[in-house]
Design a protein around this ligand. Structure first.
Ligand code: HEM
Length: 215
């Protein structure tokens, strides 16, 4: 099969996979909603909701960041089509996470929330992560991509690594004794970031040598 046919085939299955993936991505929140409906969120439902939405924010962020390396490793360029949806699911979960905190934890006490942000470092860094995901969600449309131009858009969307960094530090700082889970997330983020840095350094070097050779 030639390269063009292969790319078309990949494009078709990625297109087909999209609605399936969408339904799969809704499962965590559907499960939470069902548990809330049945009153089986455990002894501390607010804690359950906060932990579950926080965990899924981090998972979706890391899965989103894994799409580009996966695309390079497999050669399936159309995988990129799934990245926006996964990123928006990360944003959706962080909105839920924040909403649970504002409504059920702080009962809309904006002054207390502000104090909490200033006093507790893990809340401040979580807030930073949330704020850095905001421009990414706003500029996720094709229209915004066109308006910003590919280069600026890609530069802005590197903020996703910063948001991931804030997310893992937030988690590390809030745990009191068992650091295993946040450390696993930190290692995954470091591998993903390391891969991108090594690849873009190699690409820059290649570009420099070809431009030297053409002089
Ligand atoms: C990128 C942004 C964020 C990510 C990735 C994230 C992720 C997480 C994770 C993974 C947990 C722990 C879950 C567990 O123990 O299983 C958590 C807990 C928590 N998060 Fe976030 N979070 C973010 C932003 C925020 C923001 C903006 C707030 C509030 C302003 C917030 C408030 C909390 C609270 C109150 C807890 C529970 C702490 C405790 O009970 O010890 N998070 N978050």
């Amino acid at each position: 099969m030639d390269k063009r046919n292969k790319a078309a085939l990949h494009m078709t299955w990625v297109k087909r996979a999209k609605p399936v993936l969408f339904v799969l991505c809704l499962l965590p929140v559907a499960q939470l909603a069902y548990a809330a409906y049945r009153g089986s969120l455990g002894a501390d439902p607010v804690e359950t909701l906060t932990y579950a939405t926080g965990d899924w924010t981090l998972r979706f962020l890391l899965i989103t960041l894994a799409v580009t390396p996966l695309r390079y490793l497999t050669g399936i360029r159309s995988l990129v089509q799934l990245r926006r949806m996964l990123g928006l699911f990360a944003f959706f979960h962080v909105c839920l996470h924040f909403l649970v905190y504002v409504v059920f934890d702080q009962f809309f006490g904006w002054r207390l929330i502000l104090e909490d942000i200033l006093e507790r470092r893990y809340i401040m860094v979580g807030m930073l992560g949330f704020m850095s995901l905001l421009p990414l969600a706003i500029t996720s449309t094709d229209k915004m991509l066109k308006r910003l131009g590919g280069k600026r858009w890609r530069r802005l969307h590197r903020l996703a690594y910063f948001a991931g960094g804030c997310g893992v530090i937030h988690y590390l700082w809030l745990v009191k004794s068992d650091y295993r889970e946040p450390l696993i997330y930190i290692v995954i983020l470091a591998v993903l970031l390391g891969y991108r840095v090594v690849r873009s350094t190699k690409e820059r070097r290649k570009l420099q040598t070809t431009s030297i050779n053409t002089i």
